[in-house]
Each structure stands twice: as structure tokens, then as C-alpha cells.
Design a protein around this ligand. Structure first.
Ligand SMILES: Cc1ncc(COP(=O)(O)O)c(C=O)c1O
Length: 399
């Protein structure tokens, strides 16, 4: 039996309703929404618009046209950053970001964008005061603040509402990478002052892989990242001005979007609070159990209520990759080990170069799964393996 505890990478399995929605749409409405004017195409277009409506309601956005579909969160973040930042602009970010934020910013820095990284405390948290200071240093005001709501390494939750309300008052755009929070923590774009919200559909929103979204507050209009056909006004050599067509070209993945809608509806039926309560209870059980194991160190807040859906830890004198390998090989337990695509975050919490072991329970995990993991770890931390042999076999998971 496999125990999947890597839901921060992507949630698996999905609710039954998601599988059904994908299958039904692919069979009944497998046409190209927005391309043509016959009945089936119009119906597929209505379906896609309905998904935009569901998402706009979920994140408290007035206009569903401000919901732009992408293939994943990375594409949504790239669209926001490359679409709005010009040479000479200042953007403020943190030292906790995923490569989905830090790599595009690195590329933009080589094109003349000033990228300033604000340090975090030992738990991975940034303060509003530090953001304020950096965003206005030298009398120059930042154009954008870009940071994750919740760290994929430590689970640390950032004070987005405080930052967002300040940014709004200052006329600074706030881009939130909600990869680890959408579908887990409440997100209200209006009340939290979020100008741009980037999220994957395939993580806690429970949609299929290949789904992502960028929500744009009123008046926020990035330049397109991709140029091509939008199904209308074909004579124009330019992309349309209107959203979402301006930022979406090529064929949409309507079956996957129908699955995403079913995923969000599943969360709404359960209630976000219930989803969070379930995951927090598992994290609490895990944190408590880890604290009793010799040599185990938890990185991050170490309190379920102060973090999102992940717990990261290390074991003294042991390579995280080796622990992950043994959990998988001997116990069928899937966890993520290494750097989790966020080297800056590991630099901030002192876990370079090997990273951490990251556990991220999902909606379908139970207390018994966490007990099994803790039992396996308890046996492992007493046993010192021959690391050289394991490494020669090159069987470790890559970070
Ligand atoms: C914090 C964070 N940002 C961005 C991403 C990228 O998400 P995607 O794989 O959907 O592009 C991830 C993925 O793990 C993440 O954890």
C-alpha cells in the first residue's frame, strides 16, 4: 500500500467528482471553446466561463474576466512579473521564495529591473516593517511586492493582509504566489489588497495537473506573455485589449478546467475551515510525534496553526534524501526531500545544501497514515546505514 504525503507537490488522489467532470467533459464537450459558433462550442465556452465565475467568487474578485487560465502557477507568476515590470522598476520579494518567483526575477534583474530581497526570521516569516523599509528605501517606491502566501519548505504563513493593505495605500502592486495556500487558507483579494493572485489548480484546489490561474484585480493589465490566436478579431495583428483573451491564446484545456471547478466545489461543500482543520490535525500529530524522535529537528514555525500544509524536518547526521529513499523503498511512503525548488528558503533557514524532508498530508490522509510514517521514522533514526553504498547506487531522490 502506498501512503502519499507529497500533496504540496500536487494533490493526489483527487475527489471522485473531479475524475467524473474531466471524463464527462472530454466525452461530451471535447470541442474547442471560443473557436466557432456552433452549439457545442458555445456550450464549452459557457462551461469555461462558469469556471471563471467559480474562481472569481472563491477569491472575491468582482469580474470573472480577470481570471486568466495558465498551465500552472509558474506560468501565472511569469505572466504577472514579465507582464508588468519594466527596466528601472523596483520589485521587492523575500528570501523564502520558490524558483517560480526567484528565477523570473533573476532574469528580470539582468534586464534592468531592481530586485530587492527582504530577509526573514528563523521561522521563515517576513515582517511588514521590513517590506515597507525596502519598498521605499532611498526615496524610491517599488512598483511591485511579490511573495508567497505560504512557504512550500517550512509552511510559514506570511502576513499578506497587512502587506496588501499597505501596498494598496501606497499604490504598489502586490503579487501573491498562492501555490501553497489556495484551497487551504482563506484568500479574499479585495480585503487582503491583492492585485495579482497566482495559483496552481492542481494542488489544494484539487484540479488536474496542467491547470493554473492568475487573478487580476480591477485595472491591473499585464502585457501578454504569449501571442497568438484568441478565436475572435482575427484580422488584427495585435492581441486584443480585453481580458481574459488578451492573456490567453491557443486552445484551453476545457476538460481539466471542468475538473478544477469540481475540485473547488468539493472544497466549498466541505468548507475551507474543515479542510484546514483536517490538515492541521494531521500536522499537529506529526509535529508532536517528530518532537519525540531523537536527532529530529523541525524547521519553520513548528506549530500547525502558524503554518500551511507542510512540515519540514531533518535528522542529525542523516541525508534527507536517504531517509526519503528508505521511506519509499521500505514502507511505500511518498515524501519530498531535498531543496523543493526553493534554495533561497533553505539558505534562510540553514538547511543548505541537502535540504529537508518535507511531509504534506492531503484531504485523503488519515491519522493512521501519520502513525505509520512516525513508526517508520522511529525505526530508522535508531539505524545508521552505510551512506556510501546507497550514494554509489545513486538511488536518492533529487531535490
Ligand atoms: C510556493 C510555490 N510556488 C510556485 C510553485 C509552482 O507551482 P506549479 O508547479 O503549479 O508551477 C510551487 C510548486 O510547488 C510552490 O510550492
Amino acid at each position: 500500500m502506498t501512503i502519499y504525503l507529497d500533496n504540496a507537490a500536487t494533490t493526489f488522489p483527487k475527489p471522485e467528482a473531479v475524475y467524473r467532470a474531466v471524463d464527462k467533459t472530454l466525452r461530451r464537450l471535447g470541442v474547442n471553446p471560443g473557436r466557432g459558433s456552433y452549439q457545442l462550442v458555445l456550450e464549452a465556452g459557457r462551461l469555461v466561463y462558469g469556471v471563471r465565475q467559480t474562481i472569481a467568487e472563491f477569491f472575491n474578485l468582482n469580474d470573472p474576466a480577470g481570471v486568466v487560465f495558465t498551465a500552472n502557477a509558474t506560468e501565472a507568476i511569469n505572466l504577472a512579473l514579465f507582464g508588468l515590470l519594466q527596466p528601472g522598476d523596483r520589485v521587492v520579494t523575500t528570501t523564502m521564495e520558490h524558483n517560480a518567483v526567484s528565477r523570473p526575477l533573476h532574469a528580470l534583474a539582468t534586464r534592468g529591473v531592481e530586485v530587492l530581497k527582504v530577509p526573514v526570521d528563523a521561522t521563515g516569516r517576513v515582517t511588514l516593517a521590513a517590506i515597507q523599509q525596502t519598498a521605499t528605501a532611498g526615496g524610491v517606491k517599488a512598483r511591485m511586492v511579490a511573495l508567497s502566501h505560504c512557504s512550500n519548505v517550512t509552511g510559514t504563513i506570511q502576513p499578506i493582509e497587512e502587506i496588501g493593505n499597505w501596498c494598496r495605500r501606497q499604490g504598489i502592486l502586490l503579487l501573491v504566489d498562492a501555490a501553497q495556500s489556495a484551497g487551504l487558507l482563506p484568500i479574499d483579494m479585495k480585503n487582503m489588497g491583492i492585485a495579482l493572485l497566482a495559483a496552481p489548480g492542481h494542488k489544494s484546489l484539487l484540479g488536474p495537473p496542467g491547470t493554473g490561474l492568475l487573478c487580476l484585480a480591477e485595472g491591473v493589465l499585464p502585457q501578454p506573455l504569449l501571442y497568438g490566436g484568441t478565436g475572435g478579431n482575427s484580422l488584427s495583428p495585435s492581441m486584443p485589449e480585453e481580458l481574459p483573451e488578451r492573456l490567453e491564446c491557443g486552445t484551453l484545456n476545457a476538460p481539466a478546467l471542468a475538473g478544477l471547478q469540481a475540485g473547488i466545489e468539493h472544497i466549498r461543500e466541505l468548507g475551507l475551515e474543515q479542510v484546514r482543520r483536517h490538515k492541521s490535525a494531521l500536522l499537529e500529530q506529526l509535529i508532536y510525534g517528530l518532537q519525540t524522535l531523537p536527532g529530529v529537528r523541525i524547521h519553520g514555525p513548528g506549530q500547525a496553526r502558524r503554518q500551511g500544509g507542510v512540515v519540514s524536518f531533518t535528522v542529525a547526521e542523516r541525508d534527507p534524501a536517504e531517509i526519503g529513499y528508505l521511506l519509499d523503498e521500505e514502507h511505500g511512503i511518498c515524501v519530498r526531500t531535498g531543496l523543493h525548488c526553493a534554495p533561497d528558503a533553505h539558505g534562510s533557514i540553514g538547511t543548505l545544501p541537502v535540504g529537508t524532508i518535507r511531509v504534506s498530508p492531503g484531504l485523503f490522509n488519515s491519522a493512521a497514515d501519520i502513525d505509520t510514517l512516525l513508526d517508520a521514522l522511529a525505526r530508522m533514526v535508531k539505524f545508521v546505514p552505510n551512506l556510501t553504498i546507497c550514494k554509489q547506487n545513486n538511488e536518492f531522490q533529487e531535490g
